[in-house]
Design a protein around this ligand. Structure first.
Ligand code: PMP
Length: 344
């Protein structure tokens, strides 16, 4: 009989050309121009040949940027694929893993698909992660930092305490939004052989459409991921993705400039929304998680949508009556604020 799974439902993609899309945490800026040059060149070279199954040049580049050896880097088709392979490589049926509730909604989907039992650890009332409840897990831990959709960041000493208190289990830190926050756990990779850090080029490097994610960890963990990948499809990244992601990682100046612009816009938007009566969680991501003191989130979501501004509405307990708003350009956020003034 066919295996019945409850799939993840991705965020809405819109067809209206003039809409302002603030619902899936994409970067409002295009990728570095060097990415387009690299992809065009690769296309001229021809696509009739298979890509490198080891993705060695890209792994080397990522290693160089983060001070690690290429053997400590794994790349995959978006961090979603890297996460799926990690669940298969490091978590086992029969041993309960832990992740917070609420968090990235793909985790329970993977866990169910691979028959991995899980414990969802409720967030504190202020939506922060209860760190000590992740100590001594039976089967491992997966934790996004900053967490999604709350945008809250945990300091590295607390992340380190989770790693130390799970010495025989793998701790996965999903850092999809880390470049908008204050410090990555990558610096702990050399110290702990049970830590895997997963990042993506989808957010801070503007490459959601190219699908390149990566994991950083000691060689044994990376080797386990390579074995899983090679059991499915050795060529998970195509030639264009390999050269495009490498070019994005080479242009650190562009990356820093656009990331700083988003962080500045986040602050400005947060200030303006506070003036309009919104409560905003202190974000270290490229989105804001907000609720309004008097106007229901559902109404705001609906009226913004009618005006062609798409945000994400969270209406399932334990998080109800919240909106998640991706940080766009200053101009897009200006239009959002103008519309919100009308609604409120
Ligand atoms: N982790 C988290 C916490 C996310 O929010 C996302 C984006 N939806 C991902 C991973 C996956 O990102 P991607 O597959 O585009 O790398």
């Amino acid at each position: 009989m066919a295996k019945r799974t409850e799939p993840y439902i991705p965020g809405e993609q819109v067809s209206r050309q003039d809409s302002i899309k603030l619902n899936t945490n994409e970067n409002p800026y295009p990728p570095s121009p060097a990415v387009i040059t690299a992809i065009s060149k690769e296309m001229e070279r021809g696509l009739q040949l298979y890509p490198s199954p080891t993705a060695n040049e890209l792994c080397q580049k990522i290693g160089q940027v983060y001070g690690l050896a290429p053997e400590e880097v794994f790349v995959g088709n978006g961090s979603d694929e890297v996460l799926a392979f990690s669940f298969m490589a490091f978590f086992e049926p029969g041993k309960k893993i832990r992740f917070p509730s609420v968090t990235y909604s793909f985790y329970p989907v993977y866990a169910k698909l691979f028959d991995i039992p899980f414990e969802e650890i409720p967030l504190h009332e202020d939506f922060s992660v209860p760190i000590k409840r992740f100590y001594q897990s039976e089967g491992g831990v997966i934790l996004p930092n900053p967490n999604a959709p709350t945008s809250l960041y945990k300091e590295l000493d607390q992340i380190e305490a989770i790693i130390q208190n799970n010495p025989d289990q793998v701790v996965i830190i999903d850092e999809a939004y880390i470049d908008f926050a204050s410090g990555s756990a990558i610096e702990l990779v050399a110290k702990y052989d049970n830590l895997l850090v997963i990042q993506t080029t989808s957010k801070s490097r503007s490459l959601a459409g190219l699908r390149v994610g990566f994991a950083l960890g000691n060689k044994t963990l990376i080797d386990a991921l390579v074995r899983i990948k090679d059991s499915f499809n050795s060529y998970t990244l195509d030639r264009l993705a390999l050269v495009g992601a490498k070019a994005a990682l080479e242009d650190q100046v562009y990356f820093k400039k656009t990331t700083e612009m988003i962080i500045k816009t986040r602050q400005k938007t947060s200030d303006m929304l506070t003036t309009l009566g919104f409560n905003i969680l202190p974000s270290q991501a490229n989105f804001l998680f907000v609720t309004h003191a008097t106007v229901p989130a559902e109404m705001i979501y609906g009226q913004l949508k009618e005006a062609g501004i798409i945000v994400r509405h969270f209406n399932k307990p334990p998080i109800d009556n919240y909106l998640r708003i991706t940080i766009g350009t200053d101009e897009q956020m200006g239009k959002l604020v103008e519309k919100l003034k009308e609604i409120i």
